[in-house]
Design a binder for this molecule. Sequence first.
Ligand SMILES: NC(=O)c1ccc[n+]([C@@H]2O[C@H](COP(=O)([O-])OP(=O)(O)OC[C@H]3O[C@@H](n4cnc5c(N)ncnc54)[C@H](O)[C@@H]3O)[C@@H](O)[C@H]2O)c1
Length: 261
Amino acid sequence: MGRLDGKVAIVTGAAKGLGEADSRLFIAEGAKVVMTDVDAAGGEALDRDLGDNAVFVKHDVRNEEEWVRVVDEAVSRFGRLDILVNNAGVVEVGNIESQTTDEWRFVNAVSADGTFFGCKYAVKAMKETGGGSIVNMASLASVQGESMFTAYCAAKGAVEALTRAVAVHCAQMKYNIRCNSIHPAGIQTPMVADVPNKVAKAMEQGFQPPAAQPTGETKLGEPNDVANAVLFLASDESKYLNGTRIVIDNTISVTSGFVPA
Ligand SMILES: NC(=O)c1ccc[n+]([C@@H]2O[C@H](COP(=O)([O-])OP(=O)(O)OC[C@H]3O[C@@H](n4cnc5c(N)ncnc54)[C@H](O)[C@@H]3O)[C@@H](O)[C@H]2O)c1
């Protein structure tokens, strides 16, 4: 028996990285999944690989009308919506002095606007069928001050705060819809593989990365290290977790003090 048997999910940013890992795990656990992304070639290839319980829809999370279409697709094709993973996200390098207004608007449009639209239309559909679970992909950037990711920190802060507001509203309205956020760091995906380009851009601006992670740990996490937590939050196993955050960073955010000599 799968942990998501009978459930219908939407996963955004599903063509690669964490969204792909979520989609693969959800299908393996018995869900039906509407996978969305701006990367149509990647999404369609994944669709062919995952069979009839998955469908890819090209979708830009910044576009409100497209959100209406995606939620309609989940309900008309699979009959209901139980799970939404607001996973799509982008990063642009820049500190408060160098980040451009266009970069600020782009990063916030994808993470903050996209997550707002997703929650809005998912709640509308989920409350019709007795509830659901929304998982919002934030970042350690909403917890720490990552000076060269100014817009990204702000966008993920918006995602985290929005998560709590949605959770409390749905609890007060007795919709049986939960909403939680996940805050990873250092997971091996195409976004992280692009770090050398980001480092180069930061170095052009006179900044360099630290010599090592504060923990001394240099090993990256795997996409399934996050997908397993997304699965738990999406499933009924986490029915008493609501309006909270899960940090997945192998101690990066809590390390302090002495290190081995
Ligand atoms: N990898 C990490 O270590 C890490 C750490 C913290 C947070 N995150 C967050 O996790 C999420 C997934 O990250 P990832 O590492 O898999 O990134 P990724 O870049 O590897 O994949 C992101 C996917 O989102 C899609 N996307 C981008 N803009 C979109 C848009 N406007 N509409 C729809 N899809 C869009 C991309 O095409 C891509 O397929 C992001 O929100 C990211 O900020 C990742």
